[in-house]
Design a protein around this ligand. Structure first.
Ligand code: MF3
Ligand code: CO
Ligand code: CO
Length: 263
């Protein structure tokens, strides 16, 4: 069942998405060689607390009986999504996918991006650029009258046209008071019936893009998803509102946001 958000819902959800966006950018700026993924997790948790928000991921159960044990998802190099933090130090040249989900005002904001640690090689840079642009190609289709599959097709065509592949096993999703609402938003055309997009729908669009083959597997920790062929992977995500006209990206913020929220 798709939950259409009222203007009142959106008044609560916009700040939740803005907090997620602010935390993601602050965490991205914290990334540098030598920092451990555990340091990143602690920093993310402290920034969420600063805004009066909580991690939407900590304690979450998803295709796994175990509760997610971290504040954010941090996935390095061939790790695709749901990476767990620990004592691993980030090294110059790594690429790191950061996925931030917060609960604030009773709503969830979900947003992700991949960044290089210091710098990275040309292939990694192209992978990140193509994945980010694929997200915007998908967002451009998020208008009333189109269907979810139009988003999926735009992402898949852009990614494959650039020689990379999209992950099948994990998909975007509706988002609101719960992290995963209907509809599913695949990054490929799956041939199934596809919902019409309507104003008031809020969806997380999130291409997961592999430099090599699309196959993935889950590590023994029960969470970390990696590419089967060991190739690099990147992930970009925005929470987006379908309006009567242009899509509204909810996961953005301006410089003064902290002050406004505290006011
Ligand atoms: N943020 C992920 C998504 O974009 C979900 C994370 S599930 C968790 O859908 F358990 F790892 F937190
Ligand atoms: Co996410
Ligand atoms: Co998501």
């Amino acid at each position: 069942m798709i939950i259409i958000k009222s203007e009142r819902d959106l008044e609560a959800m916009r700040p939740a998405c803005a907090v997620a966006s602010a935390v993601l950018d602050e965490v991205a700026a914290f990334i540098q060689p030598g920092v451990t993924t555990h340091d990143v997790d602690e920093f993310a948790g402290s920034r969420m607390r600063y805004y009066g928000a909580k991690s939407a991921f900590f304690g979450y159960r998803h295709k796994s009986s175990k509760k997610y044990p971290c504040q954010l998802c941090i996935s390095v190099n061939e790790q695709v999504v749901h990476g767990l933090s620990g004592p691993r130090p980030l090294r110059f040249g790594d690429i790191v996918s950061l996925d931030v989900g917060v609960i604030y005002n009773g709503f969830i904001g979900d947003t992700a991006k991949t960044v290089a640690v210091g710098g990275c090689g040309l292939l990694a840079q192209k992978l990140m650029d193509v994945s980010e642009q694929a997200l915007y190609e998908g967002i451009a289709q998020a208008v009333p009258g189109k269907r979810v599959v139009d988003i999926s097709r735009a992402i898949q065509q852009y990614v494959e046209g650039n020689g990379f592949s999209v992950v099948r096993e994990f998909v975007g999703h509706g988002v609101g008071r719960s992290m995963h609402e209907d509809p599913q938003v695949p990054n490929f055309v799956d041939g199934k019936a596809s919902e019409k997009l309507r104003p008031g729908m809020t969806i997380a669009i999130e291409p997961m893009v592999n430099a090599g083959l699309p196959g993935v597997k889950v590590l023994n920790d029960g969470w970390t998803v990696v590419t089967q062929d060991g190739s690099l992977s990147a992930h970009f995500e925005h929470t987006v509102l379908i309006t009567e006209s242009e899509p509204e990206i909810l996961t953005w913020h301006d410089e003064k946001m902290g002050l406004k929220l505290k006011a």
